[in-house]
Structures are given as C-alpha cells and as structure tokens.
Ligand binder design. Structure first.
Ligand SMILES: NC(=O)c1ccc[n+]([C@@H]2O[C@H](COP(=O)([O-])OP(=O)(O)OC[C@H]3O[C@@H](n4cnc5c(N)ncnc54)[C@H](O)[C@@H]3O)[C@@H](O)[C@H]2O)c1
Ligand SMILES: [Zn+2]
Ligand SMILES: [Zn+2]
Length: 367
C-alpha cells in the first residue's frame, strides 16, 4: 500500500525548500522502497533548487544517501528487505551502446523507478538524480541500491552516493592519477576534498589544493594536500608553476565548474597533462580557450560524471578502505542535521562553513 512520509521539496526556482507530505507507491517490478538513514546535502541539490539542472519542478531533493531496503518489487534478486545499501544514480542498463561496448561506467540509459512519487494532491515529483532521499523513505530502481557492510556509519557511507564518490573517482578513475603524479584540485568542498583524498590514495607525490576560503584549505591538508593556494590572494597558475619547476601539474581538477577556474586548470597543467571537470557549470556559462594551446599542450580535457564510478565495484571497495582507516569518510561529515535543516545547510554551504551537512533520520522517521 502507498505510504505517506515527509520529504524536502523545491517547489519553484530559487524559493526556499519546504517539507511536504509525499506519497511513496509500492515498488513496481525491478524497484525497491528504501528507509533512509542518512542523506548528505550536495551542491547539486542547490543547483536543482536554483533551476540550474532542469525546470521540472517540484523536485524531491536529496541524493547522497544510505538506508535499509524495506520492500522490493517483482523480479528483484540483488537486494532484499533488511539490506543496508548506498543509493546510487548509476544503475547501469547493460543494453545501451556504451554498456554493450564494455563501458558501463558511462551507461547512457541508467535506471530509475518507473513509478512516480507524488505530493498528496497527486502532483508528480521529480526526484533529484532519480533518488529523492531527503525523505523518510524513497522509491528507486533496485539497481540504484548497492549493498555494503552494515557496520559502516550511515552518515559516512551515504556520502559515497554522490559527492565523495564523484571527487574520489575524478582523481582515481577519470584523471587516472597514479604513483608520483602531481595534482592540483580547484575547489575544496566535499567534492574537491574527496579528489584530494583520492589523489593521495592513488599515490600522488604532490597535491596542491586551491580555494578562496582558508578554512577549506585547512581541511584540504587533512585529506592529503601537500600545498595550499588561496586564489583570492595569490594567482594560482603562477603558484602552481612555481611549485612544479615551472612545468605545471600532471592532473588539474576543477571541482567548482566556473569558466575562470576551468581556464586556470587548463593553464596550470603540464604538457600532456589532463584536465578533469567535475564541478557542474550553469546552463548560461561558456568558455573560450586558446585553440593552439589546446593542441600544443597535448594531453586531454575530460569531464567526470560521478567519478566514472561503477557502484557495485567501487562502493564496497571504498567502504573497505574506510573500515581499514585509509579513507576518512567521517571527516567529510561537518555536522548532522534534521530534515528541517536543509535550507539552512544550503546557506552554510554557500558561506563555506561546511564540507557536508548530513541529514540523519531517527528510528521513527526524521528526527
Ligand atoms: N560531476 C559529478 O558527478 C558531480 C557530483 C557531485 C557534485 N558535483 C558538483 O561539484 C561541484 C562542487 O560540489 P561541492 O558539494 O564540493 O560544493 P561546495 O560548495 O561544497 O564546494 C565548492 C568549493 O569551491 C570553492 N570556490 C568557489 N569559487 C571558487 C573560486 N573562484 N576559486 C577557488 N575556489 C572556489 C568554495 O570556497 C568551496 O570550497 C558542484 O558544482 C557540484 O554540483 C559534480
Ligand atoms: Zn547502459
Ligand atoms: Zn550530489
């Protein structure tokens, strides 16, 4: 039977989010209902609220989550009620032209639930990234549930569901950072600091963190930055060249998504280096690059969707590293909040006060 729970919705462009009663249908074939335990506040939720992703309001926000499977629909065999799962937005289809070529990490036709969650008046909700987890429960495609070790902290584990995975993977998968590489990461929010942690795990010898906020740069050191540059005071391209014998870095990662920052990445990489864009630009943004330099510097300009991750491969492995003390997921959790704290968490994010605010749910629903 359909259930009514509370969820955080964005009703119109730029308007503060509100908590609404939302209706969760029973899972259809291939679907699952998940009781949410924790859900991080990602900048992409704010992009949705600002109308930067699509105009399909109202949105049910939240997508960086862990929880316990409550029920599954017909034909679901990979997960069962009671499983502790991280939700992902890459439930690969296995059929599209990318999956068929053995590149499921780029799957062009990822699965979401076909049934719709709605407001109580029947209005369809657009679930952020096909998840919608600032809610007591959510309906997803079963493939969006990745089973992991249930002893992991829900708040920490959920972060792998988006921003932290995106950052780790931008360095480890898309950027291909390896032993002895030099790396610069622009923007040290949750995504950028995860790129720093990923670069360290991958064996980078120098990791330069760039941000305009000194607090973020302190946190960056905690995650493995060997050098920091405050780009509001110091020209970052010169600083990076200065630290690398005038050469630039092997991998430059834009974890913000601003044209001027992308240009700084472009200019601060070494010959044959790689630029990785993981920050999400706004629809009105354009970039202009010196075309001869695009050729002359060689290397590659790449974009990283979700850190090119494969949830079934990467989430359990990263939870192992977390459990072994090699990946500090807890360090990304700046504060835990309740559902009614999401709007304020956006403001804290804008003011640069947090890496991640994480909504934690109590036993009887949102605490
Ligand atoms: N590609 C993906 O799959 C994916 C997944 C999750 C998030 N994202 C995107 O990644 C980006 C970062 O997300 P987040 O949650 O870490 O955001 P955040 O707001 O926590 O962090 C952004 C950081 O950039 C810094 N910054 C802002 N302007 C700057 C400038 N001009 N120069 C240097 N630093 C500057 C801020 O001080 C802050 O520390 C967002 O655009 C988000 O939408 C992408
Ligand atoms: Zn596919
Ligand atoms: Zn996200």
């Amino acid at each position: 039977m359909a259930q009514t729970v509370r969820g955080v919705t964005a009703r119109s462009k730029g308007a503060p989010v509100t908590i609404e009663e939302i209706v969760i249908p029973d899972p259809g074939p291939g679907e699952a209902v998940v009781v949410i335990q924790a859900c991080g506040v990602c900048h992409t939720d704010l992009h949705y609220r600002e109308g930067g992703i699509s105009d399909e309001f109202p949105f049910l926000l939240g997508h960086e989550a862990s929880g316990v499977v409550e029920s599954v629909g017909e034909g679901v065999t990979d997960v069962k009620p009671g499983d502790f799962v991280i939700l992902n937005w890459r439930a690969v289809c296995g059929q599209c032209r990318s999956c068929r070529r053995g590149r499921p990490q780029y799957c062009f036709n990822t699965h979401n639930a076909a049934r719709k969650m709605t407001l109580t008046d029947g209005t369809d909700l657009s679930a952020a990234l096909g998840i919608g987890a600032f809610s007591d429960k959510t309906l997803v495609a079963a493939g969006q549930c990745t089973k992991v070790d249930p002893t992991a902290s829900p708040a920490a584990a959920g972060l792998l569901g988006c921003g932290v995975m995106a950052g780790l993977g931008a360095a480890m998968n898309t950027g291909g950072v390896g032993r002895g590489d030099t790396v610069a990461v622009f923007g040290c929010g949750g995504v950028g600091n995860a790129a720093i942690a990923g670069s360290q795990l991958a064996g980078a010898s120098m990791i330069i963190a760039v941000d305009i906020n000194d607090t973020k740069l302190e946190w960056a050191k905690h995650f493995g930055a060997t050098h920091t540059v405050n780009s509001s005071r110091t020209e970052p391209v010169e600083a990076i060249r200065g630290l690398t014998d005038g050469n630039g870095v092997d991998v430059a990662i834009d974890a913000i998504g601003l044209p001027e920052v992308y240009l700084q990445c472009f200019e601060s990489r070494d010959l044959a280096g790689t630029v990785v864009l993981v920050g999400v630009p706004r629809p009105d943004m354009t970039i202009e690059l010196p075309f001869l330099e695009v050729f002359g510097r060689g290397g590659s300009l790449k974009s990283s969707w979700y850190g090119d991750c494969l949830p079934s491969r990467d989430f359990p492995m990263l939870i192992d590293l977390y459990q072994q003390g090699r990946l500090d997921l807890d360090g990304f959790v700046s504060e835990t909040i309740t559902l009614d704290g999401v709007e304020e968490a956006f403001h804290k994010m804008e003011r640069g006060e947090v890496l991640r605010s994480v909504v934690v749910f109590g036993p009887g629903g949102a605490s």
